[in-house]
Design a protein around this ligand. Structure first.
Ligand code: ZN
Length: 360
């Protein structure tokens, strides 16, 4: 993008008021999390920088102010990177999406969204369960790859597994937690339409699945996930004798599934939109401490580790050069996002908007 026009920049990279309001709301919400951390620090060790950095997160924006143009260009902000911080969750999701989507897209025709669930559990079991799920998923992939001939009765080889990404999400309601995986799987030869949806079981009528019939492939992954999570040996006999596995689904991958895959593992609200309580916070903090949310396998093994793309930076350079043509001496200022809302004489632009633009 050379010689990008000023009008174009102001139109496409303008920060909307809604965004400033949402940052303000995030910072208000973070006060609750700060209180929770204070309370938690009476029970377990919390790093001394935790609370100050959460308090300061996204509080001030470093701005380059072009007085002549009446433009304020967002340069940077301090982010705390805490997993419960509402600012950082959204930044992380956007940055993951801009990094990973371009690398996953080449597989898009062969990509499937698989959701693996287990029944709800109590808070005391969450830590143990999410760790168990991580180990189980590794075995799940080994079975699908059909590395060992002992499991050829599963007949997974024909689907042509190439790779997978798993992403943990934990939703909660009262004292019940619902950890589950959103996964992207690449199969060379999985033909869901060809298999046809003809199998009905109790999961065919549920709140999360709606009304659906299952394919033979889905029934197989339901049973396999159940056997592995319950430490039952994966033999032909055990597989055939099992009437009902866990609720799992497989669909062609849709655009919306990316947001689902790359959002942060916990939400700020429960399943009925109430803000998380101190007990939720404590349970989630203890259970997800040092836990990897994302893991890649096969053709995605390296992708999940790769670093920031240059495309955003490259585009930002072009934008900056264009602004400097009009005003070569921008002033650096520190502004609070909320205060920016009330001053209408400047247009605020941000390179964060380039993420949205590139996605389009
Ligand atoms: Zn933060």
């Amino acid at each position: 993008m050379n010689d990008v026009a000023l009008d174009y920049i102001l139109e496409n990279f303008k920060v909307k008021d809604e965004y400033l309001v949402s940052v303000h709301n995030n910072n208000e919400y973070n006060k609750v999390i700060v209180d929770y951390y204070k309370k938690l620090s009476n029970e377990i060790f919390i790093s001394s920088s935790k609370i100050p950095s959460l308090k300061a997160c996204n509080k001030f924006w470093l701005i380059e102010q072009y007085d002549h143009l009446q433009v304020k260009d967002f340069i940077s902000t301090n982010l705390c990177k805490d997993k419960f911080c509402n600012n950082c969750k959204k930044v992380r999701q956007a940055s993951r999406m801009s990094r990973f989507i371009p690398q996953i897209e080449p597989y898009r025709n062969k990509l499937f969204h698989i959701v693996l669930t287990i029944p709800n559990i109590k808070s005391d079991d969450l830590k143990y369960t999410v760790e168990k799920m991580a180990r189980s998923f590794k075995l799940f992939v080994e079975c699908i790859r059909e590395k060992s001939d002992k499991r050829s009765f599963l007949d997974f080889k024909k689907y042509g597994f190439k790779g997978a990404i798993r992403s943990l999400e934990i939703t909660f309601k009262k004292n019940e937690y619902h950890p589950h995986y959103h996964c992207a799987f690449v199969f060379e030869n999985l033909d869901l339409e060809g298999e046809g949806r003809s199998i009905e079981n109790p999961y065919s009528h549920s709140f999360s699945n709606g009304e659906r019939l299952f394919t033979e492939f889905e029934i197989k992954i339901q049973k396999l996930w159940y056997l592995i999570m319950n430490n039952i040996r994966i033999t032909q006999e055990n597989f055939e004798n099992l009437n009902l596995g866990y609720s799992c689904t497989c669909d062609k991958f849709r655009d919306d599934d990316y947001a689902e895959m790359f959002k942060y593992m916990t939400k700020e609200t429960d399943e009925t939109s109430n803000i998380l309580t101190y007990d939720h916070f404590k349970t989630l903090y203890k259970s997800t401490y040092h836990l990897r949310q994302l893991q890649g396998y096969g053709c995605f093994y390296q992708i999940i580790k790769e670093d920031l793309d240059d495309e955003v930076d490259k585009m930002y350079q072009d934008i900056r050069f264009e602004l400097l043509k009009y005003d070569c001496r921008p002033i650096l200022t520190l502004d609070r996002p909320f205060d920016l809302l009330n001053q209408n004489d400047y247009i605020i632009i941000s390179r964060k908007k380039i993420f949205d633009y590139l996605k389009k």
